[in-house]
Design a binder for this molecule. Structure first.
Ligand code: PMP
Ligand code: GLU
Length: 423
């Protein structure tokens, strides 16, 4: 039996797959420390759970409008007005089953065969796969301006000096007449970068020259910014707002990954098309979860502040710990909850490279995977290889886990690197 060509080329999301492997090892009695999951380790705040329980009790358990309940759309619009100063009407808001679902639907609503979607590397793992599913072509642009059509079997290396931020010159190199959409994600998964308003204005100036290109701004980590501010490109360049799709959700800010509520705001035309897609495929996101999301947006924020304070401490703990390991270079993340160390120092170490199966002069393709597998097997620490995010010789370690786990993971990795470095 043959699968459709679209399904046949799909691989499971590596972030979810590695976390599932770590959970299975733990269930089998192995003492694994997992820094692979991109989800808060905190429980959903009590008042949010209570709102869901009340919704069940009140019988709010039937279909809702496919694009979400009006009161939640209104609360989302109010939230964006407060955080970004941007005005949206409820009909410019669609509620979906998590930001992931909303992004996939937005891509499906806009991207045709032969269209390109420009994705800055390193990127969140699911963007290229979603573009391919919609029949489009993902074009990856690196911070140094190198651009390539995405190939899931390849990951590249860019000069460290170029950093991880998309700059106007690189953006201009990647855009062409076929570019239907550019995906911006800040704070970024996996690098944690946050753009300054001036940097966003620089990108906006280039985008003004491409009036047919849509801008999908994935702002799911906007409440987790430790340095700088999370400004939306739609707020910095209001003249572009009509072609920005602003995406967010409750997963990260409110520790609600399992509830599956996300949303997009933008032009009524595109938002309506996303609603139609939902109407023909999933129908509404869960009624009860929508009520919980409403309570999250409208209720007290003290638990959000407490989680933020904890992440802020861990970001330094993990960066300090990792930067002491030979071969690791890492700065504290400005936002989100990931450390993304550059480990090319290990690739360049002959003893480490040969123990991981690499010969001198060989390109680094697969190095991050080999290293992450080594850490999982020898140190029992799980993480996601940078190659999955399109950038070799890097690792992504989530600090959405306890300080004890971070300390334990760093010390195990340090010991494992000492072993690899022994001639
Ligand atoms: N965008 C980014 C950058 C993410 O890291 C995630 C994490 N899952 C999502 C979107 C999707 O989040 P969710 O579907 O849980 O709302
Ligand atoms: N976004 C999170 C991560 O990157 C959750 C898993 C996923 O949806 O990819 O780990």
């Amino acid at each position: 039996m043959s699968l459709s060509s679209r399904a046949a080329e799909l691989r499971p999301s590596p972030t979810l797959a590695i976390e599932a492997k770590a959970k299975a090892m733990r269930a089998a009695g192995v003492d694994v420390v997992s820094l692979s999951a991109g989800e808060p380790d905190f429980d959903t705040p009590e008042h949010i759970k209570a709102a869901a329980a009340a919704a069940i009790k009140a019988g709010f358990t039937k279909y809702t409008p496919a694009s979400g309940i009006p009161e939640l759309k209104a609360a989302v619009a109010k939230h964006v007005k407060a955080s970004q100063g941007l005005e949206y009407e409820p009909k410019q808001v669609v509620i979906g089953c998590g930001a992931k679902h909303v992004i996939a639907n937005a891509i499906t609503a806009l991207v045709d065969v032969h269209d390109e979607v420009l994705i800055p590397a390193p990127f969140w793992v699911s963007y290229p796969a979603m573009v391919r599913l919609a029949g489009g072509t993902p074009r990856i642009v690196y911070a140094d301006g190198e651009t390539r059509i995405w190939n899931p079997d390849e990951a590249y290396l860019t000069p460290v000096a170029a950093g991880y931020k998309l700059n106007p010159a690189s953006l201009a190199k990647g855009l062409n007449a076929k570019t239907k959409m550019v995906i911006l994600n800040a704070p970024s998964n996996p690098t944690g970068i946050v753009y300054t308003p001036a940097e966003l204005e620089g990108l906006a100036a280039v985008l003004r020259e491409f009036p047919k290109t849509w801008i999908l701004s994935d702002e799911i980590y906007d409440c987790l910014v430790y340095a700088g501010e999370a400004k939306s490109i739609a707020a910095v360049a209001p003249d572009l707002k009509g072609r920005v799709l602003l995406v967010n959700g409750v997963s990260k800010t409110f520790a609600m990954t399992g509830w599956r509520i996300g949303w997009a705001l933008g032009s009524e035309h595109v938002i309506g098309a996303i609603g139609n897609l939902q109407s023909q495929t999933t129908s509404n996101p869960t009624s009860i979860a929508q009520k919980a999301a409403l309570a999250a947006l409208e209720g007290p924020k003290d638990s959000v502040a407490a989680m933020f304070a904890e992440f802020k401490k861990r970001r330094l703990l993990i960066a300090e710990g990792l930067s002491k390991i030979p071969g690791f270079r890492v700065a504290p993340a400005d936002g989100a909850f990931y450390a993304f160390p550059d480990v090319r120092g290990l690739f360049e170490n002959p003893s480490v490279a040969s123990k991981l199966g690499f010969k001198p002069g060989q390109p680094p393709k697969g190095f991050s995977s080999a290293l992450a597998s080594h850490f999982l097997e020898s140190a029992k620490v799980a993480m996601v290889p940078g190659g999955e995010f399109g950038l070799e010789c890097h690792l992504r370690l989530s600090f959405a886990t306890s300080a004890d786990n971070i300390t334990k993971a760093v010390s195990r990795m340090s010991e494992s690197v000492s072993g690899l470095m022994k001639a």
